[in-house]
Design a protein around this ligand. Structure first.
Ligand code: BGC
Length: 715
């Protein structure tokens, strides 16, 4: 909240200060009082949407409408009330923040807090109560069209980054909505696909980020996913919603459907769902939990008490937001505050720290003092990404493209020649030879060449609703890169992609490779800063880049995308680096990898164990030294390997990390604390997390395949 210069004023205006003196008990009393004043019809009206993104109000009791909005990159453009078309407002242009994949690749929990805070502020200004993010699904297959909206293939990294985002966003007096609960790891047949997964993989890979969001982040709402799990739709799944979420984890907030993801009145009423969003297809106001529910209650097929529990949860969220009995915030004239400089600065910081340097044969940073002509090639050099991708779409106040960022940085000092290189078309296999020829010509006469390629938010690429057909680059980019590198060996590739791409055709020929996800409104500024060396890159991969699709665990061990409506997660615990490590398969670039313009060394590792069970603390300390000539940030990664386990475990798992900033020559002691959960696995027979006594190895390194320090502990 520290960056929000106008917060106090706004909070007063909106009346959204949460009164910390309110005890849970007085809240319960308030809920029961309101509940006793509501008629059955009113209660039923509260448990489903009114418009596409609001719930109905009950003015006689001061119960307000809830205003919901997508999504992870900021507040979405205002929608028409009963459809997906834009409302065409002229005051809903907002901050466009980097994608959550970018946030994850910063590995910076403080930046996650800063992001959440800035994100919450924008939501308050737009008068939103519930923001539909973060997406906490795990990257299981490289082809998932929504990987870019999620954080990582690793549950620990996803948890640590998202929990700070959640806490900071909610501290602004809004609720966020962790989605899509659960196992929505592919877009292919997402509305019907039935996921079968072992209990261990469910608990150890797919649920931990949600568990952390609930227990630590106190997230106020959860969105059920479209898919089925063990035969039942996720939004009507009693095991997921009642047994685990509300039972074991003690979730008190509300569970909403994904849009139009309810399927039956009985299932929606009885199995743990609280709020149905979006009317049945083709209607304006028909909900499974509307008239059909009232009819079932009147016919005594459904106990009216199930409605009470849902209303209690909705009122609980409203009381937490302190919006009951308050007039709706008047946001007229507030648009000038959207995307304010402080939040643009946050977006820039995240973008800069998320950029990953994957290859550098003394090619970067570019020494612009000695460059007269720069060739900038590729559609992604000029493409703006805010308005694509599905529900994450943003009407950005502005978005600086890579080319604009370079032009702004270099002014007239360097002549920039741009060539498109490839055309974005529906036929992803099409190659535009004339554009390649033109790009080659532009590159041949330049002192340095930058190719901006990768993916975009067109359907079939990084886009909701479909998965990618393969991991290959589309539109003839391989041919373009090969031809340009041949014409000018000083070619650097900048891949903008939210999920893995196959770079095998040219990776060994290029001297420099930068990899980023979608970087938001300051994309060009951040990239230009890194390319020119004003910013030392410090991002690391939040997911493995396999050499080729055929190497990825969901492909090898299967299944993906499933058969006859069923997908079996036979890859089990071996998701991402857990597979590459355990099965000794070399990826193109490993999880947790990223270079810097400086170098680091690690040493003097010590491990101190104290306490046991809940109070177990394993403090891992070690030195990190900047051995290069410029200041930089290093992400030190701590993995745990179970040396003696009754059940098979992945070779090693990430359980801690720390990002440290070091001046040239500086050494800092880094301390990472591991708790009991860092050593446990989920025992399906005992139905609980267990710490099996025995030996464990603590592995410290700069990436998942570069372990530099080792210590053994016996617990
Ligand atoms: C998406 C959700 C989104 C919702 C509302 C659905 O299609 O899966 O992530 O929040 O639409 O736009």
């Amino acid at each position: 909240m520290k960056n929000f210069f106008g917060f106090i004023f706004l909070a007063g205006l909106f009346g959204i200060f949460i009164n910390s003196c309110k005890t849970e008990e007085s809240m319960d009393q308030k809920i029961e009082k309101l509940l006793s004043q509501l008629t059955l019809e009113e209660k039923v009206s509260l448990i489903h949407g009114n418009t596409y993104f609001t719930t109905p109000a009950i003015p006689r009791l001061g119960i307000p409408a809830l205003h919901l909005s997508d999504g992870p990159c900021g507040v979405r453009e205002e929608n028409s009330p009963y459809g997906w078309s834009p409302a065409n407002w002229n005051n809903d242009s907002t901050a466009y923040f980097p994608a959550l994949t970018s946030l994850a690749s910063t590995w910076n929990t403080d930046l996650a807090t800063e992001f959440g805070d800035a994100y919450g502020e924008e939501a308050v200004i737009r008068g939103k109560n519930i923001m539909l993010a973060p997406g906490l699904n795990i990257h299981r297959t490289p082809l998932n069209g929504r990987n870019w909206e999620y954080l990582s293939e690793d549950p620990y990294l996803t948890s640590r980054i998202s929990v700070n985002f959640i806490k900071a966003a909610q501290a602004n007096g809004i609720a966020v909505c962790a989605k899509h609960f659960a196992l929505n790891n592919q877009e292919f047949e997402r509305g019907t696909i039935n996921v079968e997964v072992s209990e261990r993989a469910l608990r150890e890979i797919y649920l931990p980020a949600f568990e952390t969001a609930v227990k630590e982040g106190e997230v106020l709402s959860i969105m059920g996913s479209y898919n089925r799990f063990r035969g039942q739709y996720a939004c009507e799944n009693p095991y997921l919603l009642q047994t685990i979420l509300k039972g074991e984890w003690g979730f008190r907030g509300l569970v909403m459907t994904d849009w139009d993801a309810a399927h039956t009145t009985v299932g929606a009423a009885k199995n743990g769902l609280d709020l149905e969003m979006m009317p049945m297809e083709g209607t304006k106001d028909s909900y499974y939990t509307g008239q059909p529910l009232l009819d079932s209650i009147k016919a005594k097929k459904i106990d009216p008490k199930v409605v009470d529990d849902k209303v209690r949860r909705i009122l609980y969220v409203m009381l937490k937001l302190n919006i009951i009995g308050k007039s709706e915030p008047d946001t007229t004239g507030m648009e000038a505050l959207l995307a304010a400089p402080s939040r643009a600065k946050t977006a820039l910081k995240i973008a800069e720290e998320s950029i990953i340097l994957l290859k550098n044969d003394q090619a970067l940073p570019l020494d612009f003092k000695n460059i007269k002509t720069l060739a900038v090639i590729g559609d992604n050099a000029t493409r703006k990404h805010a308005r694509g991708g599905g529900s994450t779409v943003i009407k950005a106040k502005y978005e600086i493209s890579p080319l604009e960022g370079l032009q702004k940085k270099l002014g007239n000092s360097v002549k920039i020649n741009f060539a498109l290189g490839y055309t974005v078309s529906q036929n992803m296999k099409s190659i535009n030879h004339a554009l390649i020829k033109e790009a080659v010509k532009t590159a041949a006469s330049a002192d340095a060449v930058l190719i901006f390629g990768g993916l975009n938010h067109e359907p079939g690429l990084d886009c909701e609703g479909t998965d990618r057909p393969d991991m290959k680059l589309s539109y003839g980019q391989d041919e373009l890169i090969k031809a340009v590198v041949k014409a000018n060996p000083k070619t650097i590739v900048v891949m903008i992609a939210g999920s893995p791409v196959d770079m095998g055709a040219w990776i060994s020929d290029v001297k420099g490779l930068i990899y980023t996800s979608y970087l938001g409104m300051e994309t060009g500024t951040a990239l230009a800063g890194v390319i020119a060396g004003d910013v030392n890159p410090s991002g690391k991969l939040s997911y493995t880049l396999p050499v080729k699709l055929e190497d990825s665990p969901s492909y090898v061990l299967g299944e993906y995308p499933g058969k006859n409506g069923l997908v079996k997660y036979n890859d089990d615990l071996l998701v991402g680096y857990r597979y590459f490590d355990t099965k000794n398969v070399k990826p193109q670039f490993p999880f947790g990898f990223g270079l810097s313009y400086t170098s680091f060394s690690y040493g003097d590792c010590k491990v101190a164990v104290s306490g046991k069970d809940e109070s177990l603390q394993c403090i891992v300390s070690f030195d990190v030294t900047n051995t290069g000539k410029v200041e930089g940030k290093e992400i030190a990664e701590v993995y745990v390997r179970d040396l003696e386990s009754a059940l098979p475990r992945p070779f090693k798992e990430l359980k801690g990390f720390s990002k440290v900033s070091l001046k040239a020559g500086e050494t800092k002691k880094v301390e990472v604390t591991l708790n009991q959960r860092a050593f446990q696995y989920y025992n399906p027979d005992k139905k609980q997390w267990v710490l099996e006594p025995g030996k464990f190895e603590i592995l410290v390194g700069s990436s998942s395949d570069n372990i530099l320090l080792k210590q053994q502990v016996e617990l």
